[in-house]
Design a protein around this ligand. Structure first.
Ligand code: F6R
Length: 613
């Protein structure tokens, strides 16, 4: 939610900031802006729309300056127009701020400032923040560093901010709580960004600012970091492993398509080093010391949102089926507010691509207070969830930039499968031969996905037939019920077609009323699992005239006679079949969205990293 970039050094700040904002656009794309500081003046340029709109607008404007801040917005307070776009000025125009997050008590702060005579131009909480900084700075007659620190003790909410001051061309102030912030450390220059992607081109040395920390970043000095309660901190420099290639489109027309096609490689990367080639023993280094805790846990409570929640459901089926450990899967946003029962002997596992999702983080905080063991499955190395949890495993999918999650989902299932199989083996709830059979199947998944990806043209042709539909129903059972949910989510978020996922057998308890000759129904009907039962459900649909697209196992004959269109996937162990059945559904959504003229990488109203509630 919102991307921020800042630069101070000897280079021209504007091109660095614009390029960085383009890399962060997945975090929000309602409006964009920059503030550049040259000599004694602050030049602010902002526009509604995407970063490219800002670039066109700024083409003939003054973009000089060796220090600057930039922002790409996902609107929370105030409509996405130019006035509400960041950066925002203080009342006297001497300060400018960019902000990612939400100031929850902004209303009362605003009223108090208005009583003192402050006037506001925008509807944003951010403008209140910069006026408050100005007010305290003038009142206390202190440095900007101190004024920001004092203000952050008064605000409630989440923030990652950078503040610049007129006349100070060698430093700015940055702070964070609840929203991510990375500082790139160069030679006589510093970079600040919401993630490392705008920074890797210039330096591999980064400092992750911790929650509640504030930094004075001066191009000629060491970083000066303290907590907002005024305790000095020593910065710890990490070396980035991210490669530049991994954040570019690499010849594909969109990040989403690239990421769909990258899945065999992402899975190989996620499996790498985790299955011994000779003994087939699974080692997940990150949870090694917690294996017994997981086995002895009363329950595993999985907390997640969106696509990651769907992966969690598959995890539940895997853990219960294979390792006989009881699992509950919770929407993090519901869990955190419903006074849940959490015991010391529970393991709370957060699944999150970004590792920054506000609700998932808050659910973990709650579980921490109750003394549960916290685990994480995340993709972004060094993000907040891995730093909060006791232990966990990364997915190694590589950066996922398309807003609709694809390779993160498949690699989350891989890690969950590794965990469940490992625990089952350790507990003895599956036989040795079953263990080896599943591992063999797991290792075959990347090449089976390659085979499915070759059906891209066939899937495109099917998409052509359904691109004008207004509703879709997705049906699946057992391990493939969560795939139906995920297929429907993918279609609605990128093509704006209403779609619902349902357990196939539940259809007759309501949704069957929707079926007529116009209703497309996507059904996952692979051979293992509840095949015969799904075939009966297909017959029920057919009898009511529904148009059927079926995902079937190679060689299937029965469903082929009933469905209008069939997409074959290779056979596999039932518990791993979601890794295969999900791929055609990703491609189907992708093609339908493209044919409807939608921007698949940046669907309307969405953002990749949901750092607000
Ligand atoms: C859907 C999608 C979202 C995310 C959700 C959780 O394609 O991407 O539903 O899955 O916002 O995000 P993470 O996994 O970063 O916690």
């Amino acid at each position: 939610m919102c991307g921020i970039v800042a630069y101070v050094g000897e280079q021209k700040a504007y091109p660095i900031i614009i390029k960085g904002l383009q890399r962060l656009e997945y975090r929000g794309y309602d409006s964009a802006g920059v503030a550049l500081l040259e000599n004694k003046s602050i030049e602010i340029l902002k526009q509604a729309g995407k970063v490219s709109d800002l670039e066109s607008y700024a083409a003939n404007k003054n973009t000089n300056g060796h220090i600057g801040i930039g922002h790409t917005r996902w609107a929370t307070h105030g409509v996405p127009n130019e006035i509400n776009a960041h950066p925002h000025n203080s009342g006297d125009g001497k300060l400018a701020i960019i902000h990612n997050g939400i100031i929850e008590n902004y209303d009362s702060l605003k009223k108090a400032l208005q009583e003192k005579g402050h006037q506001f131009e925008s509807d944003t909480d951010t403008e209140v923040l910069i006026h408050l900084i100005e007010d305290i700075k003038n009142h206390e007659n202190c440095s900007l560093f101190e004024a920001v620190r004092l203000v952050l003790n008064e605000v409630i909410g989440a923030y990652a901010i950078v503040v610049i001051e007129k006349g100070t061309t060698d430093e700015f102030i940055a702070a964070r709580k609840g929203s991510p912030l990375v500082i790139g450390v160069g030679e006589g220059e510093y970079f600040v960004a919401s993630d490392a992607s705008p920074i890797i081109e210039y330096t591999r040395n980064v400092v992750y600012l911790e929650d509640g920390e504030i930094a004075r970043i001066n191009k000629s000095e060491e970083l000066d970091i303290k907590t907002i309660s005024n305790v000095k901190k020593t910065p710890y420099i990490h070396e980035l492993e991210l490669s530049l290639d991994s954040i570019e489109k690499g010849g594909f027309s969109s990040f989403m398509l690239k990421e769909i096609f990258e899945q065999p490689k992402s899975i190989i990367d996620t499996l790498r080093g985790r299955i011994n080639p000779t003994t087939k023993e699974i080692t997940l280094g990150g949870i090694l010391n917690y294996e017994q805790k997981i086995i002895n846990a009363d329950r595993i409570i999985i907390v997640a949102c969106g696509t990651s929640w769907h992966a969690g459901l598959i995890g539940e089926y895997l853990f219960e089926d294979l390792s006989r450990i009881s699992v509950e899967v919770e929407y993090a946003s519901e869990f955190r507010y419903r006074n849940p029962i959490i015991n010391k002997n529970d393991v709370v596992l957060a699944i999150s691509q970004s590792g920054e999702t506000a609700d998932s983080l808050a659910a973990l905080e709650l579980a921490k207070e109750k003394g549960a063991t916290l685990l994480g499955i995340c993709n972004v190395v060094g993000s907040s969830i891995p730093r909060l949890t006791h232990a966990g495993s990364y997915t190694h999918a590589g950066p996922e930039i398309g807003v609709a999650s694809t390779k993160a989902f498949t690699t989350q299932i891989i890690v969950l499968a590794l965990m469940a199989i490992k625990m089952a083996h350790k507990k003895g709830t599956i036989t040795i031969s079953k263990y080896h059979e599943i591992i063999t199947e797991l290792e075959l998944i990347p090449e089976k996905i390659e085979k499915i990806l070759k059906k891209n043209d066939q899937i495109e042709k099917i998409a052509e037939k359904f691109k004008n539909a207004t509703n879709f129903l997705y049906l699946g059972r057992g391990y493939n019920f969560p795939v139906a949910l995920e297929g429907a989510l993918k279609l609605k978020e990128i093509s704006y077609i209403h779609a619902e996922g349902y357990p196939a057998a539940e259809m007759k308890h309501g949704p069957i009323a929707l079926i007529d000759d116009n209703m497309p129904i996507v059904v996952i009907a692979t051979k293992k699992g509840n095949y015969d039962k799904v075939v009966s459900n297909i017959q029920e649909v057919k009898a009511r005239g529904g148009r059927l697209i079926a995902i079937v196992t190679e060689g299937d004959k029965t469903v082929k006679e009933l469905a209008d269109y069939c997409i074959e996937v290779p056979d596999s162990f039932d518990g791993l079949s979601p890794l295969l059945t999900n791929i055609p559904l990703q491609l189907l959504s992708y093609h339908i969205a493209l044919m409807r003229g939608c921007n698949v990488d940046m669907p309307r109203n969405l953002a990749k990293s949901v750092t607000v509630e």
